[in-house]
Ligand binder design. Sequence first.
Ligand SMILES: C[S@@+](CC[C@H](N)C(=O)[O-])C[C@H]1O[C@@H](n2cnc3c(N)ncnc32)[C@H](O)[C@@H]1O
Length: 260
Amino acid sequence: MKKSNSRNRADADRAYTYLAQYYDLLMDIDYHKWVTYLERIWQGFGIKAVKILELACGTGNITIPLAQKGYQVTAVDCSKAMIDKAKKKAEDAELQIEFIEHDMRTLSVEDQFDVVLCCCDSLNYLTEIWDLSAFFKQAYVHTKPGGLLLFDLNSEMKLREIYGNQFYAELGDDFSYFWDNNFDEQTEICRMELTFFIHLDNNLYQRVSEIHFEKLWRPQTIFNYLQANNWQVMGYYGFLTWEEPGSDEERWQFAARKEV
Ligand SMILES: C[S@@+](CC[C@H](N)C(=O)[O-])C[C@H]1O[C@@H](n2cnc3c(N)ncnc32)[C@H](O)[C@@H]1O
């Protein structure tokens, strides 16, 4: 298999350099509801989770509620800016969480977990097929026999129609941002350029930009690569539901199990 290329790491680093500061302000998501949903999935498969590995934890919006519920959480992200935010939130809440700044494709910790999570379209950031394979392989190594891998992906409809070829802007007092997207039909990668205008003390605005790439991964490709990496596909749902996703679904949730 071809070695993981360096593009994702570099792009993901750059991608969250500025967005990390505003990420929590911009995320209009009920993370507690999300965590409860994930818990129901693993409980539904009979797993009594104690140790959880969260890959691409970002600013810790899933990590913190999990630790508050008493799970032993290890959280990984390759963006220093994002993981620093998560660490600060854990410190403020006096929670014991192990944070690791690392690329999830090449992670290697001497431990196995009941559940491995990767949430909020983080897997779309892996833009090459060998990245996806490396991810499934490493997640497998870190999962206990009988344990579960739960992850979601932005759907085809969301990447093509809600993100793709759209322009969004939000003007605030402290910062404003412009979000300019292009969906490439050949590579099926959505390129998103975010430009921020950050309010400085002297009443000037600093202009900065960063670029994100999200790849459209179709469910059948995911099933194939899960199986090729020894995972057993257990579930494929519309986000926060137990139903198979329809064509208008924005987020697809997957569940896979490592054999006992
Ligand atoms: C949309 S954010 C999701 C963050 C968090 N999971 C949440 O639910 O809010 C995507 C995250 O994936 C991380 N990421 C992307 N590629 C990665 C990689 N190869 N290894 C580790 N983290 C990665 C980014 O740094 C970013 O924090």
